[in-house]
Design a protein around this ligand. Structure first.
Ligand code: GLN
Length: 497
């Protein structure tokens, strides 16, 4: 039986526009799915049922009045909890912001709502987006809907799990070093990290300002494309100086195919540390799929990519240290009661408000920015950044996109990776793209033969080639046969239409 929780965003929006479904019915179905599955998945920090129903009623009223509905009319959406939305808390999954109420709405959220989306809640994440497993959330872990003994990835783990569990067809996440793509890969959903500047970050709590980018996670590439239409509608956001006008039609060009185009493969990356055989097999499948669709495989090189993680763990912590300095318990954030001096209050508020990983990053950043140390680490990291960017520019002279893994392996079990430096290797294939500011997408390519868990391929494109990247991704999901795959979990407690 077809159920609302198995429909994609595009189907929902068109059913709502035609009157086949009401936005309220869809919102209720999503809220019912959340209620049924949250005990096992815990993808949300806050469910905003009242906001959702209000928005859905407004959509239905618009339709009744004969007004034109937006491309996301009635589509339930989850927002990562580092995005401000009036009427909800924005906690960044931290004790520091446990009680923080949003005082404005982020541009990315606003644009989704303007397109007709129904805001069902705020998704769990690693604290302040530091992590690859969502295990550092102050509130609770999130379970991978494919196997609840495993992590959903991170840091946008709640967003990915909510989509995979059929709680919502679409979610927003943020990606500083892989935080949209790696959880998408672990949860068997599609996750796009748009080009740096493609989507406004106004109202999204900053981690690494030169790296952060907001993007959609959906069940299909079409879901993600329609979200990009909404996120970029209205062009450049004057409230984010890094945002740009994108002259692109994402959904409209999605089915134009890739005949005669070229995809690059980096031989060295296939030998990367920790890359599992099943991921390699998934990549071979993806190569064949793209070739069958008329694209040509070419070999390219990214010689400096092996230094990407090292550079990222200098640049990221430095930027995080400076961005998180504002959480001092004075204007906002956790405030330690009963302190005699401001210094004591600041020290204790920060010591008790932040978790382990958030402290590690900030201490690392404080050290790396100290004079004498700065010159030794920050400068070289910036130089590596230039080299990696130049590598990509050269590679994209001979191909349209590059195919590589998203994550070296399928989802790991809770507690399996406790050494932070091992955790950092989760980002082997994702970080270089943030460093270069280009676009990248993770697309499911099936279940691994060894693990039985979702495996993904990553496609990376040049900066502002996001629409072309989506065309490749669309071909991939259709050819490989993973279009809209959902875990068997989505059948449990499913909501009849
Ligand atoms: N896993 C990476 C980190 O821990 C990336 C996080 C992110 O993209 N927000 O920093």
């Amino acid at each position: 039986m077809e159920t609302v929780d198995q429909l994609g965003s595009v189907e929902i929006a068109s059913a709502v526009a035609s009157g086949e479904l009401s936005a309220v019915e869809v919102a209720e179905a999503s809220l019912a799915a959340i209620e049924a599955r949250e005990p096992a998945v815990q993808a949300f920090i806050e469910v905003s049922a009242a906001l959702a129903l209000d928005a859905a009623r407004a959509t239905d009223a618009k339709r009744a009045a004969g007004e034109r509905l937006g491309p996301l009319a009635g589509v339930p959406v989850a927002f990562k909890d580092n995005m401000h939305l009036i009427g909800t808390h924005t906690t960044c999954a931290s004790r520091m912001l446990e009680d923080y109420e949003s005082v404005f709405t982020a541009t990315c959220v606003r644009r989704m709502l303007d397109a007709g989306a129904t805001p069902v809640g705020k998704a769990n994440m690693d604290e302040f987006a530091f992590g690859s497993s969502t295990e550092t959330s102050y509130f609770h872990p999130t379970m991978n809907p494919w196997d609840t003994g495993r992590v959903p990835g991170g840091s946008s783990g709640g967003s990915a799990a909510a989509v995979a569990a059929g709680e919502v067809p679409l979610a927003l996440g943020s990606d500083t070093g892989g935080s949209i793509r790696q959880p998408a890969s672990f949860c068997g959903v599609v996750g796009l990290k748009p080009s740096y500047g493609a989507v406004s970050r106004y109202g999204v709590v900053a981690f690494g300002s030169s790296l952060d980018q907001v993007g959609p996670l959906g069940r299909t590439v079409a879901d993600v494309a329609v979200a990009m239409d909404a996120l970029t509608a209205g062009g450049r956001d004057p409230l984010d100086s890094t945002s740009r006008d994108l002259d692109a039609a994402f959904s409209a060009t999605l089915d134009q195919g890739i005949e005669g185009m070229r995809f690059g493969v980096v031989a060295d990356l296939m030998e990367a540390e920790g890359l599992t055989e099943e991921v390699r097999a998934g990549l071979r499948l993806a190569e064949r799929a793209l070739e069958d669709a008329g694209a040509t495989r070419v070999e390219v090189e990214l010689p400096n990519i092996s230094s990407a993680i090292a550079a990222y763990y200098v640049l990221g912590p430095c930027e995080a240290f400076s961005n998180l300095a504002r959480f001092d318990g004075v204007r906002y954030g956790y405030q330690e009661p009963g302190c005699a001096t401001l210094a004591e209050q600041t020290a204790k508020s920060r010591a008790r408000g932040f978790g382990m990983e958030a402290k590690r990053r900030q201490m690392l950043g404080a050290y790396l920015l100290a004079s004498g140390v700065y010159e030794q680490y920050y400068y070289p990291a910036q130089q590596v950044r230039s080299l990696i960017t130049a590598d990509y520019e050269r590679a994209f002279e001979s191909c349209d996109v590059i195919l590589m893994p998203t994550s070296p392996r399928a989802a790991f079990a809770f507690g399996e990776i406790s050494d932070p430096t091992q955790m950092y290797l989760s980002d082997t294939f994702t970080i270089s793209n943030n460093i270069a500011g280009s676009c990248a997408i993770s697309v499911p390519v099936g279940l691994g033969a060894q693990s039985g868990l979702p495996i993904a391929a990553q496609l990376q494109g040049p900066a502002f080639a996001d629409a072309l990247l989506l065309r490749f991704a669309r071909v991939l999901e259709v050819q490989v046969g993973t279009l809209g795959v959902a875990p068997s979990f989505a059948g449990k407690g499913s909501v009849p239409r």
